[in-house]
Design a protein around this ligand. Structure first.
Ligand SMILES: Nc1ncnc2c1ncn2[C@@H]1O[C@H](COP(=O)(O)OP(=O)(O)OP(=O)(O)O)[C@@H](O)[C@H]1O
Ligand SMILES: [Mg+2]
Length: 227
């Protein structure tokens, strides 16, 4: 039976709309944990991923970006989900250019592709056009160079990735970022898948610093498809 395919939509910026929401509070806790865990070795970039699809990666990534920006940090949210991007939709922006253009061309300037989000201190880099070879692009030296450039321009960078169990993209970027946070969703994340994801990330030498338990009811069946 063919899987249902939900159209990709943006995620809710609950941490912006309601600073007292549970998600806002959760994101502030993650922010504090990141700041505290980085006393000896500063954490300036974090990957948000999860074992499987639809567990809340993009929701956590975007809302965490909002609370980092809210604390006065110059923050960048990068959509590294080149297959099911959401950042452009979340912030109601076009996605005709973005990360894939920056990686592909090799000579483009970051400031021409990073856009204001409409929220103070928060900039976004949308995924850009879908490339034929997403994993290769994310694994390129150019991507490593860009990640280093972002660190010079921003106080904190958040990378929204696809699920670990489906493709290698999250492992690739997690290995290059300072830290990785996994999202697990109530009544949805399978223990085996979760443990396997931790194993895969550790094999990639990712610095897994924590897990966010996304305590929200599953609202769709067969949410998922990665092409
Ligand atoms: N804490 C939450 N509160 C309300 N809705 C949520 C929450 N977390 C996720 N959702 C909803 O669940 C759906 C999937 O969330 P999201 O897009 O963040 O997951 P994802 O892991 O990024 O998915 P994908 O694997 O496709 O990238 C979306 O419709 C989102 O709005
Ligand atoms: Mg997502």
């Amino acid at each position: 039976m063919a899987k249902k395919i939900n159209p990709v939509a943006g995620v809710s910026l609950m941490a912006y709309i309601d600073k007292n929401s549970i998600l806002a509070e959760q994101c502030r806790i993650i922010r504090s944990n990141i700041q505290f865990s980085s006393i000896d070795q500063p954490i300036q970039s974090v990957v948000i991923t999860s074992a499987a699809a639809g567990e809340g990666k993009s929701t956590v990534a975007a809302n965490l970006a909002v609370v980092f920006a809210d604390s006065g940090k110059k923050t960048l949210l990068v959509d590294c989900d080149l297959r099911r991007p959401t950042v452009a939709l979340t912030f109601k922006q076009w996605n005709h250019d973005g990360l894939t253009n920056l990686i592909g061309k090799g000579t483009e300037k970051i400031e021409d592709f990073v856009h204001e989000s409409g929220i103070d201190n928060l900039s976004i880099l949308t995924s850009g056009p879908k490339p034929p070879n997403p994993s290769e692009m994310l694994g390129s030296q150019r991507m490593t160079d860009l990640m280093n450039e972002f660190k010079k321009e921003f106080d904190f960078i958040i990378y929204d990735l696809p699920p670990v169990s489906i493709i290698t993209d999250a492992q690739i970027i997690a290995a290059k970022a300072d830290a990785t946070v996994l999202v697990a969703r109530q009544n949805q994340t399978q223990k085996q898948d979760f443990l396997q994801s931790v194993k895969l990330l550790k094999m990639a030498k990712a610095n897994v610093i924590g897990v966010v338990y996304n305590n929200v009811k599953k609202n769709t069946d067969n949410y998922y498809y990665y092409g």
